[in-house]
Design a protein around this ligand. Sequence first.
Ligand code: SF4
Length: 434
Amino acid sequence: MNRCELLAPAGSLEKLKIAISYGADAVYLGGKDFSLRAQAANFTREELGEALSYAHARGVRVYVTVNVFAHNQDLDAIRRYLRYLGELGVDAVIVSDPGVFSLSRRVAPQIPVHLSTQANVTNLESALFWQRQGVKRINLARELGIREIRAICAATEMEIEVFVHGALCISYSGRCMLSLYLTGRDANKGMCAHPCRYRYRLEEEKRPGNFFPVEEDGRGTYIFNSRDLCLVNRLPELMDAGVSSVKIEGRTKGIYYLAEVVRTYRAALDYAATHSGSGESSDISMPGRFMDGLSKIGSRGYTENFFDSLPGPKDMLYEGPAVDQTFVPAAIVASASPDPTFKINTVLRPGDRLEYMGKGFETSRFTVKEIFNLEGQPVPQALGGETVRIIPVPEVRFEEYRLIRKKAKKSMPAACKAYQKKTGNDMDEHTMLP
Ligand code: SF4
């Protein structure tokens, strides 16, 4: 069976280190310029250099998104940026626009080009077209099923990459004007406010304040609230089809999502690789524990989208905005055992019961016995943003950039709830508030 790369989002330098710590083979990120995820923190040039050194020292590849749809006035700056990325030694650039692709081949031919899902490759002829242009890898459109993926892998010589986890867009990958018209935030520039998931009502202009429900089959008022993609149980089939890389969506998502999804998919890919024999790939049954981990992160429930057939009502979420997140990230291990320090994410006090998220399914429960500041003085609590030492009981062996988590008291962050109350719209924790 094909050895498959695990490609994780890196919305910041810290997230890049977390993704690597949990087993990503490669990460994708955006610089401050020309990246489609305007909401992600994105990397300054200095951070890009540091990201590359850090990743390469650990054998991890770094792909940089340059997936804007450029206008004429952007071209000079893009040319300079591509030249800079070439000198920096990035492992690939991810592009959508044929113009940017063409510039990249001319000014930095040494950088392999990956075609973004924004280019919407949905068929073999389109894939072959891009192969002739010299693209090294294509991220296929998310609207393909396994039979189409298999056929494209079999008939092309490029690497084929497929999204396996994360939020789904109901239009073809962001080609939608709903957000721009309703909120002024352009989905095609990575700033979608997800208005397709809002709850709508109808108001006749002569009867202000008299709202009529907008319903889809009486169960809800969401226009296109898709569940999130999750193909963890279908990894053996993707690997068997010849897919080279499986990609996790979510450069703007939180560190807990990142850690849990990357460690689960790492374990699942390793499981599929070691259990592949001579039989049918679809016969490999993935243990339920993979879904257990993924059910602990906030989501809209899961769908396999187009994998077997066209999605239908069961793939939409009519009942409400989100499935609860059962844990929150409490701290990041800033330096490893034997003298570990922790960057605190939420208030911690002696007596708190926490869980250390190791690799795969390794989870160690412990209680905070004492907290010390970096000067060695005991402190009654540690606040978000502080770096401290913690004495755990029982002892735990901590590794760098792994997470400590805590049971969530509230199912949804307060900001989301406040936004919901104020606007009546649903907002998930990963969506930036307007
Ligand atoms: S509003 Fe919905 S369908 Fe449109 S780009 Fe945003 S997520 Fe996609």
